[in-house]
Design a protein around this ligand. Structure first.
Ligand code: TXA
Ligand code: MG
Length: 342
């Protein structure tokens, strides 16, 4: 199969979105940009298309998928009951990087929800995604558009690297602004629980709901969100994560880098832009200049970039576990083979 790359700059936009939406209606798979990461979309009502997503990604069947919508009117047919806090959350965070888990209606196939009685729904805040969803006329089921186990894609090139020749089209909307996936919040029973930290922070949700929100601790045997039990986000290279006070972390990273170089390892570094000078002669990937926020935005691209440079070990600067740093650290801890506290 030839994968079409659909440009969306300037004059291309209308035509490309029209083609992508038509492909979805015909039961094809189309990767599309969102503000978090690229999604691999299929028509929720086309069983064969939904099955194909699992097949091309190599995704385990017991990992449910997020349903993407463009209008609040699409919620009622997908859910059995809508909790009152839904409206408060939607008012503040839709469209945006928040996914809400609610009791599903019979219209949602168990294939989408991996047999769960709940469905995860989100409205992405990306103008191209919204237009594409609207013109497709159906809710679109979409996991991240990477091969299972690989870092999520934050550009059309990343999608092509993983899925070229396996899907019908990629709608190229440039680089994703948030860079980590949406926050998954379960509001299906009683108190809301964060199943996956992401683009909307716990602090932001607490401010709107006026209460403390629990973050579920996922373990392998008792995953809060089924997807959390799988190895995720990991590059080929071994990731070593350094956590603690910033200057101590950077010193420990520099020491470790020199040691590894003596052992003839090809070392990659991921750290803030302003410390590059401490790591001359090594593959340096900059987390940018805006702390955890730019680090989150650049994280997955960094894993892919350092892998392509052939490094065998990545020493990575950790950040504080708050605001967007929580989502960033969640992904980093999953990717890390070793964590060093300094
Ligand atoms: O930002 C995002 O959420 C991106 C973009 C494309 O929207 N999507 C994404 O999808 O990250 P995926 O499939 O890679 O991750 C979906 C997560 C998984 O951890 C899955 O287990 C969880 O959402 N999930 C989906 N449905 C669920 C449900 N009914 N109950 C609990 N967790 C659910
Ligand atoms: Mg994913």
């Amino acid at each position: 199969m030839k994968t079409r790359i659909l440009k969306t700059s300037g004059v291309h936009r209308r035509h490309s979105i029209a083609i992508a939406s038509r492909l979805i209606r015909e039961g094809k798979l189309v990767a599309f940009p969102t503000e978090t990461v690229y999604g691999l979309g299929a028509n929720i009502y086309n069983t064969r298309a939904v099955r194909n997503i699992f097949r091309v990604k190599g995704r385990p069947q017991d990992n449910p998928m997020i349903v993407h919508i463009w209008s609040i009117d699409q919620i009622a047919p997908l859910t059995r009951s809508i909790p009152s806090i839904f409206f408060l959350l939607a008012e503040h965070f839709f469209p945006g990087p928040l996914t809400l888990v609610m009791k599903k209606s019979s219209a949602v196939s168990g294939l989408v929800t991996a047999g769960l009685p709940t469905v995860a729904i989100r409205m992405p805040a990306h103008p191209i995604a919204l237009q594409f969803l609207q013109q497709s006329l159906v809710p679109i089921v979409a996991p991240s558009a990477n091969l299972s186990g690989r870092p999520s894609p934050t550009s059309a090139d990343h999608v092509r690297d993983d899925l070229n020749g396996k899907i019908d089209a990629i709608l190229d909307g440039g680089i994703c602004k948030v860079g980590v996936e949406s926050t998954v919040l379960d509001i299906s029973h009683g108190t809301p629980v964060i199943l996956r930290p992401g683009g909307v922070t716990r602090e932001e949700i607490e401010k709107v709901l006026h209460c403390r929100i629990r973050v579920a601790r996922a373990t392998r045997s008792n995953p809060s969100s089924p997807g959390m039990k799988y190895t995720h986000y990991a590059p080929e290279a071994e990731v070593v994560l350094f956590e603690g006070e910033r200057s101590a972390v950077l010193k420990a990273m520099a020491d470790a880098a020199l040691r590894l170089k003596k052992e003839h390892r090809t070392v990659g570094i991921m750290a803030g832009a302003n410390v590059e000078r401490s790591f001359t002669g090594m593959e340096f990937y900059s987390f940018g200049t805006s702390g955890a926020e730019s680090a989150a935005q650049r994280l997955f691209a960094g894993f892919r970039s350092l892998d392509s440079k052939g490094v065998t070990v990545i020493l990575c600067q950790g950040f504080t576990d708050e605001h967007i740093g929580s989502a960033l650290m969640n992904r980093l801890r999953k990717a890390a083979r070793r964590r060093i506290r300094v």
